[in-house]
Design a protein around this ligand. Structure first.
Ligand SMILES: Cc1cc2nc3c(=O)[nH]c(=O)nc-3n(C[C@H](O)[C@H](O)[C@H](O)COP(=O)(O)OP(=O)(O)OC[C@H]3O[C@@H](n4cnc5c(N)ncnc54)[C@H](O)[C@@H]3O)c2cc1C
Length: 485
């Protein structure tokens, strides 16, 4: 067990942040280098797990990485649940669509869901058992050390009222959206808080698809209900997350009343009763987390790599943050494996490794951010354009399994090509326009409402065009073209 109280003076890699991305990266590096046994230090500000609730649903691509890295078995043993896809319900009595992971050909048919705290606790337990890894809780990074060329070569760490200077070839920032490593590396902080998510736990929630992420629309923001723990008797405990605006209409004990009035009526009857019961039981103590958008910064600088949320995050509606962090860890592991036999005295993850990591990161992250942005806009259903897109999404998904498969591949990060995102986006916008002009599901739909929806859909689509173009460019830009600083 390598859980230690104080870091040593010399490592090959220092990882700041021992949550999903940090633990996965440490394990990926350790497995890539079992022969040479280079040394990896992982620090985290919190002794034990951070008290905030956060990501819990992991797409099959991420679940596969957890399995490859040896986390999946211990997580299942701790009660994590295999999940089968997403379902979307328009409102309590509205249209309903299931998007199953198994429809995506060539990938694992199930994702994984777990209580966030249990996820992090189990992952820390796994890395603490690796002889190459030192895990040090209750420590933060204070300064980055640089050599004469300006390449990061270590860090000044602080914990237990002491400071320790640690030398290392590479510092990895896995310290989340407010990353101190990113700030110390001199990158601007472009975080924007876009709203809040309230979270509650419900036993045996009455959802249509028990092992799916069940999205319910209709209220100001989407609600998502998914299993987080499976008991030994097979009973499931669920999380319900409720998306709230940035300017909270009510706080403290009054928030429960607001949720009861403004959200609960959009849930199907039995689930509404269960949610109301949970809200009344937790009056004034509802778990809350801010939702943040952070456009992807440079993911690597000399001697530094940023991974997970530190390297960009978006609204959690697509439940892709952890899968992205796991992919970052996997990529660094591949680079570490490629350099495993580098001559002694040479850096393990050298500048070539970090450059390649950044190039790959720059290609897949913007697609995910654009997708989250587009889906969130549509699922919030706040204006005419969003309602038109929402209707079009249902019609598109009802049009056949290949439409569902394509959307799901993008949503679950199995498909990251911006060209596919663009073509899906154009199809949905086309559907939105078509169904605004000739609605399929409304018998009475006055001309002026149709005109409003057409205008709304066009303005929403053009609004997002800049973003879509940026995503396309990330994919097609020639590798030799210098990137912006
Ligand atoms: C409400 C909500 C719901 C979400 N739902 C989902 C979901 O269903 N699926 C999904 O994939 N994603 C979801 N996400 C996103 C997901 O939580 C993040 O993408 C994921 O947690 C990022 O992991 P990370 O390891 O990069 O960073 P974090 O999980 O933020 O961890 C950062 C770690 O760094 C430590 N740290 C911070 N600063 C320092 C420092 N200076 N020194 C040392 N340590 C430090 C922290 O203590 C923490 O342990 C959700 C997010 C929110 C807010």
């Amino acid at each position: 067990m390598r859980k230690i109280d104080r870091p040593g003076p010399q490592y090959d890699v220092v990882i700041v942040g021992a949550s999903i991305a940090g633990c996965a990266a440490a394990q990926a590096l350790a497995l890539a280098d079992s022969e040479r046994r280079r040394r990896i230090l992982v620090i985290d500000r919190h002794r034990g797990v951070s008290p905030r609730f956060a990501g819990e649903l992991i797409h099959p691509r991420g679940a596969q990485i957890l399995e490859d890295l040896g986390f999946y078995g211990p997580l299942r043993a701790a009660g994590a649940v295999d999940v089968e896809g997403f379902s979307v319900l328009e409102r309590a009595d509205g249209r309903y669509v299931e998007l199953a992971y198994e429809e995506i050909v060539g990938q694992r048919p199930r994702g994984l869901a777990a209580h966030h705290k249990s996820l992090v606790r189990v992952m820390r337990g796994v890395i603490a058992a690796q002889p190459q890894i030192d895990l040090c809780e209750g420590w933060v990074i204070k300064e980055l050390q640089r050599d004469r060329q300006g390449v990061a070569c270590g860090a000044l760490l602080e914990g237990d009222g002491a400071e320790v200077l640690v030398r290392a070839d590479v510092v990895i920032g896995a310290d989340g959206k407010a990353s101190a490593v990113r700030r110390l590396a001199g990158l601007p902080d472009e975080r924007e808080t876009i709203g809040f998510t309230a979270g509650l736990e419900i036993k045996d929630a009455a959802v249509r698809a028990p092992r799916f992420g069940n999205v319910v629309l209709g209220a100001w923001g989407p609600m998502l209900i998914y299993p987080i723990t499976e008991g030994a008797d097979g009973a499931l405990t669920y999380r319900i997350t409720i998306d709230l605006p940035q300017a909270l209409p009510a706080k403290g004990a009054r928030l429960a009343d607001f949720l009861l009035d403004a959200y609960v009526p959009f849930l199907p009857e039995r689930l509404a009763e269960q949610t109301a019961e949970a809200l009344r039981g937790r009056r004034g103590a509802i778990e809350m987390a801010p939702t943040v958008n952070l456009p992807a910064p440079r993911a690597a600088l000399p001697g530094i790599a940023l991974i997970g949320d530190a390297a960009g995050c978006s609204h959690p509606i697509t439940a892709s943050g952890m899968t992205m962090g796991l992919r970052d860890a996997e990529r660094l592991g591949e680079e570490a494996r490629r350099r495993a036999r580098a001559p002694r005295g040479e850096r393990w993850l050298d500048e070539g490794s970090l450059r390649r990591y950044r190039a790959e990161h720059d290609r897949y992250v913007p697609t995910r951010q654009a997708l989250a942005d587009a889906i969130y806009e549509a699922f919030r259903g706040g204006n005419e354009g969003a309602r038109a897109i929402q209707r079009a999404l249902f019609e598109y998904w009802e049009s056949g399994p290949s439409a569902r498969r394509r959307s799901m591949a993008l949503l679950s990060c199995a498909e990251g090509r911006p060209s596919v995102f663009l073509s899906e986006y154009i199809k949905t916008a086309g559907h939105a326009l078509g169904s605004s002009i000739v609605p399929r599901h409304a018998t009475h739909f006055p001309l002026q409402d149709r005109a409003r929806q057409v205008r709304g859909a066009v303005s929403l689509a053009t609004d997002k065009l800049g973003l879509v173009t940026q995503v396309m460019w990330a994919q097609i830009r020639p590798a030799w073209l210098p990137r912006e600083a």
